[in-house]
Ligand binder design. Structure first.
Ligand code: F6R
Length: 366
């Protein structure tokens, strides 16, 4: 049942090329230069007339929502707000009929997300669901939606659900960008081709596994970890930190790289491993100067870089390479080594990777 892997989590990490391809199936029609999503087509007017999109979700799904904020705004020029479902529902939020709410949930059963949906619907908003579990409560409660088709996720720590959620949201952003004319048809075509290459590139990113394991061995006894990223990869830093906390019980924080100087830099000393996402494009020079700041304070740097990178390689203690792609697609690749890092550390610390303490796969209490 674990397909030869020691844990469901590892199986699910390695399933991602297949899972992402399943998310594309019937939707990404590169030859015809079409993105086909019936839930979006059928409600195109609502999306095009929306003043803004409000994303509601929890945990890892909230991180996928944050990635989508950058993508929707960049490609489709639609303002996006991303809300923790639990905060949104309890604060008398301003919602109107002109809002589109996107609820993201792997299980489709998260109580706070479900309650946020009910609240948004009662105020007249159009609610679109991005769920993995077919026929789940959230899938049923939403006005329309798109499934991620990741297949069952058994490991409590969410992995393939995250990358397939980002894939669905990216397809939506591309479809809406095309409808709005906010990207040219040549860019649109180029992006579809690049998106189609992502499963192969995820596969390449997975080849870092053995090397990531050696890094895990070096830092497995650290008391704290810091994760930094900017732009599209800021939410990936948050997600990297969450994965480590959940399964290895090591304290970790994710931060936008530029915020480091406003406080967290005080934490850095020779005991502090810092994972920095520093792919080419994406404010690369700025991230490099953030890395220099860490280095001069003796922090240990684990760089997640684009294949062939030299600058970060010279500065960092370790670099993990991922293939080059369009900037907005980099989260689908940079996430992979961070999933592997937390997995290997948890295994080395002898933790229950698939069923970490205090956690449940779906949180049906409010
Ligand atoms: C993280 C994790 C949780 C869930 C969160 C939302 O690995 O598993 O943070 O992401 O409980 O769950 P869903 O997506 O089912 O609504």
């Amino acid at each position: 049942e674990k397909g030869g892997f020691d844990h469901f989590m590892l199986k699910e990490i390695f399933e991602q090329p297949r899972a992402i391809r399943d998310t594309f199936r019937g939707r990404l029609l590169t030859d015809e230069a079409i993105v086909k999503m019936s839930g979006v087509e059928d409600n195109m007017k609502k999306f095009l007339n929306a003043d803004r999109i409000i994303v509601v979700a929890c945990g890892t799904s909230w991180h996928a929502g944050l990635v989508s904020e950058y993508i929707f705004e960049d490609l489709a020029r639609i303002p996006v707000e991303v809300e923790y479902a639990s905060e949104f529902r309890y604060r008398n939020p301003v919602i109107t009929e002109k809002d589109v709410v996107i609820a993201i949930s792997q299980s489709g059963e998260t109580a706070d997300t479900l309650a946020a949906i009910k609240l948004a619907k009662s105020k007249g908003a159009f609610v679109f669901g991005v769920c993995n579990v077919v026929g789940s409560s959230i899938a049923r409660e939403t006005d329309a939606g798109a499934y991620t088709h990741a297949g069952p996720e058994i490991g409590v720590a969410s992995t393939k659900a995250f990358t397939t959620q980002i894939t669905v949201l990216t397809l939506m952003a591309l479809r809406l960008a095309r409808a709005k004319g906010t990207i040219s048809s040549s860019d649109f075509r180029r992006y579809l081709i690049e998106l189609e290459l992502i499963p192969e590139k995820v596969k390449k990113a997975l080849e870092s596994d053995a090397y990531v394991k050696t890094i895990a061995d070096i830092y497995k006894n650290a008391k704290n970890f810091l994760y930094l990223g900017r732009g599209f990869n800021f939410p990936v830093a948050l997600e990297g930190a969450l994965k480590l906390k959940e399964i290895s019980y090591i304290h970790a924080e994710g931060y936008p790289a530029a915020e480091m100087k406003h406080g967290p830099i005080a934490l850095i000393d020779e005991q502090m491993p810092v994972a920095v996402i520093a792919t080419k494009k994406g404010h690369y020079e700025k991230v490099v100067s953030n890395i220099q700041e860490i280095k001069s304070r003796k922090g240990k740097i684990i760089g997640i870089v684009t294949e062939g990178d030299k600058t970060v390689k010279d500065l960092a203690d370790h670099v993990i390479e991922v293939p080059e792609t369009e900037e907005f697609l980099t989260p689908l690749l940079t996430t992979i080594p961070l999933q592997l890092l937390s997995y290997h550390i948890a295994v080395m610390l002898d933790k229950n990777v698939d069923q970490p303490r205090n956690l449940a796969k779906s949180v049906t209490v409010e």
